[in-house]
Design a protein around this ligand. Sequence first.
Ligand code: ADP
Ligand code: TRP
Length: 321
Amino acid sequence: MRILSGIQPSGALHVGNYFGMMKPAIELQTQGEAFYFIANYQSMTSLFDAAERRRNTLDVALDFMACGLDPEKAVFFRQSDVPEVTELAWILTTLTPMGLLERCHSYKDKVAKGIAPNHGIFAYPVLMAADILIYDSNVVPVGRDQKQHVEVTRDIAIKFNEAYGQTFVIPEPRIRDDVASVPGTDGQKMSKSYGNTIEIFGEEKALRKKIMGLVMDSRTPAEPKPDAEKNLAIQLLKLVATPEIAKDYEDRLRVGGLGYGDLKKALFENYWNYFAAARTKRAELAGNMDYVEQTLRESAVKARTLAQKVLKRARWACGLD
Ligand code: ADP
Ligand code: TRP
């Protein structure tokens, strides 16, 4: 089984990224051949600062490795170190109906938010299809918001196979229902673009403030809360605390007597402890950037070798060679 996923270097990674994509990807790295990459080509659709992209790319590398991505087990590289994906994206784009891309929620959401879309924002699901197909990927671990793009990938691969003969493996999204959409500080889906994130590796004081600032309703501490499971702090606590601790707080909220301040304090402490080991690891890695750079470079060679093989197959199938 080949497992593949990518993440953009478009800002500090948050616990939505962690539980939705990184943790499942890290757990899968022992289940097959894993390929994970930093989607720096894709980040060009929304980030226009070269120095920031370079810095963010290394930050994502540090974050992911600190969280447990093991370069001995997973091939971990920069998207742009395999430029063959851009050629495959062109080949695939000629088989992609406009309507398929026009229906993509992530594109429609951006337009609805008033962002003037560039062609890259519209077309990136085709680049994503190339990312996936060029490694003969079987399984793609992502959060729910990326499911549609994996479906687009499947559609394009099927079209290619029908037009030019069996060439691509048809991939499947792997989405964990329990963490498919982690809520942010405002209760909406946590996202860099909504400014509602809790970073994995933020500064202690700022994060404490963010968590203590979670907006709750105006019921008094004594009031029973029969809807305790819907409480935002409880939902987040379930991710970072043991099931016993989370259940204890949920029960106390349900019967009444637990104040929101105490609940948020518990959330902060559990969150902070949850990432403590990763924080230490990150500091170690940050002191050894040569190793991180070398990992990305060596992995890219492995990824590129495979990509060239699959691209060759596709070029032959469609009559370019
Ligand atoms: P963002 O919305 O913050 O820009 P990305 O689009 O870069 O995040 O997402 C990177 C990965 O993290 C994707 O697989 C995505 O599905 C996952 N992800 C992002 N936000 C969440 C969330 N709130 N809950 C679950 N998964 C998420
Ligand atoms: N589009 C994904 C995101 O915005 C990142 C990504 C690019 C990706 N290529 C991919 C994810 C291929 C999975 C597989 O989060």
